[in-house]
Design a protein around this ligand. Structure first.
Ligand SMILES: CC(C)(COP(=O)(O)OP(=O)(O)OC[C@H]1O[C@@H](n2cnc3c(N)ncnc32)[C@H](O)[C@@H]1OP(=O)(O)O)[C@@H](O)C(=O)NCCC(=O)NCCS
Length: 174
């Protein structure tokens, strides 16, 4: 564990974190890519939410991850962000490992996420964690950007060979 992780703590994120999470998302996703408050309200109040935050020793949110257990049983990583001044300290990796553990406690066997084809930094993080690209989704984002669908088996099963088995992609980042 790196030194910064010892100083900061990781905790379950709840509806009470709505404003801090929304504000940090806006710092992480500029140029209109951030989710609106209503989307976070929906995500954090869902009984299927599996979400975590990293909090500094001073109580500041440094990173967050929001996931949902979808109807098809996959664990869907919907939003991940680390404060710009805190990047490359292992926080993103830490949040991803934590959400995978959280999904496992609900018997989730496969996780999935979407990432812009241009977001090579995030892709590298996901690949390090064992995610593989299974589909390129043309025009996936509302500004016309393409996305990659990435999946990982976190239980005994392999990821589905047919990506069309993975449905329920409801929450697109704009
Ligand atoms: C993507 C993001 C969450 C990564 O968070 P982070 O805390 O900086 O990531 P980590 O420190 O855990 O990185 C782990 C590894 O991932 C890779 N990685 C992460 N960011 C990278 C970058 N910008 N460029 C290249 N590799 C990167 C590296 O291999 C890194 O290991 P290293 O630092 O030892 O080389 C963060 O950059 C962020 O919030 N970006 C804006 C929001 C975003 O793009 N979210 C993901 C949307 S799908």
């Amino acid at each position: 564990m790196v030194a910064q992780q010892i100083e900061a703590g990781i905790h379950r994120m709840t509806f009470n974190d709505l404003n801090a999470c929304w504000a940090l998302d806006h710092r992480c996703f500029e140029d209109g890519e951030a989710y609106d408050r209503e989307t976070f309200r929906y995500l954090l109040s869902s009984p299927y939410s599996v979400s975590y935050k990293i909090i500094s020793g001073r109580g500041i949110m440094l990173g967050f991850i929001v996931g949902l257990i979808e109807r098809d049983g996959t664990g869907h990583v919907i939003a991940l962000g680390v404060a710009p001044e805190c990047r490359r300290r292992g926080y993103g990796h830490w949040l991803m490992e934590c959400i995978e553990d959280g999904f496992r406690t609900h018997d989730v066997r496969t996780t999935r996420l979407e990432v812009r084809t241009t977001n090579t930094g995030a892709q590298r993080l996901y690949m390090k964690l064992g995610y593989i690209i299974v589909e390129r989704m043309s025009n996936y984002y509302s500004n016309g950007d393409d996305g990659f669908l990435m999946v990982k088996a976190i239980g005994d099963m392999s990821p589905p060979e047919d990506p069309s088995q993975i449905n329920g992609i409801e929450k697109k980042r704009k």
